[in-house]
Design a protein around this ligand. Structure first.
Ligand code: ATP
Length: 216
């Protein structure tokens, strides 16, 4: 039987409850066999993160421990080249059966940035795209995505058929949490308890991460 695999890429700097809750809810709603969190090594579109790749990976591993539907896929950290999502999908596809379904989860902000991504128009050859609502994001889709949405979106995520090629919006519990906010709180010496899992908080404290930094 075809497997159903979800992917949520990100800098996870650090991983927080909105990533985890969104991932788990999508995994349950869409009855995925597994949902993989994929930490990016050298994100092409982002500022260089302050925690090391190994530390971000360790926090994601701690966060999903004991939740069997959620896994960590560290392939982008094992690659010497920048982490283009297209390459990640192609590499994953090489390990799957042709009829396995791949669902790429993107928060609304990430989805809106899609037209700047490497080979973005070919992503749907390898996956379906699930767009997660994000309460702290603007609401208009950019012009460049309108044709794609008109051609490829389906209203019900349960109606995504075949291994790849369609877009659907998913409505998970809205949580206006961002890693930026968490880094800012920590830089100011404030608590981030309940915004990240306890094990991640303990790791941040043990390693003294994000203290006294004033980046965005
Ligand atoms: P930063 O604040 O550093 O930009 P972030 O909180 O957006 O980080 P990322 O690691 O960049 O976290 O996000 C990975 C993925 O999770 C992206 O697709 C992003 O849109 C999505 N995401 C992050 N936070 C939320 C949220 N609160 N609700 C829905 N999706 C989210």
């Amino acid at each position: 039987m075809a497997r159903r695999i979800g992917l949520l890429g990100g800098t996870f700097n650090p991983v927080h409850i909105a990533h985890l809750r969104g991932a788990l809810e999508v995994a349950e709603q869409l009855v995925l066999d597994e949902l993989r969190l994929v930490p990016s090594a050298r994100p092409p579109h982002r500022e260089v993160p302050q925690a090391s790749a190994e530390q971000r990976l360790a926090m994601v591993e701690l966060a999903v421990a004991g939740e069997p539907q959620l896994r960590v896929d560290d392939r982008e950290l094992r690659r010497a080249k920048p982490s283009f999502t297209y390459d990640t999908l192609e590499s994953l596809r090489g390990e799957l059966a042709a009829d396995d379904q791949v669902f790429l989860l993107l928060g609304w902000d990430a989805f809106c940035g899609l037209p700047t991504w490497h080979r973005w128009q070919e992503l749907l050859e390898h996956c379906h795209i699930l767009v997660l609502q994000r309460p702290d994001a603007d609401s208009e889709a950019p012009e460049a995505l309108r044709d794609l949405l008109a051609a490829r979106s389906v209203s019900d995520p349960q109606g995504l058929v075949g291994p790849s090629g369609q877009i659907a919006f998913v409505w998970q519990t809205p949580l206006a949490v961002s890693a930026t906010q968490i880094r800012h709180l920590l830089a100011e010496g404030r608590s981030v308890r309940f915004l990240v899992p306890d094990a991640v908080l303990a790791y941040i404290q043990t390693h003294g991460l994000y203290r006294g930094q004033t980046d965005s």
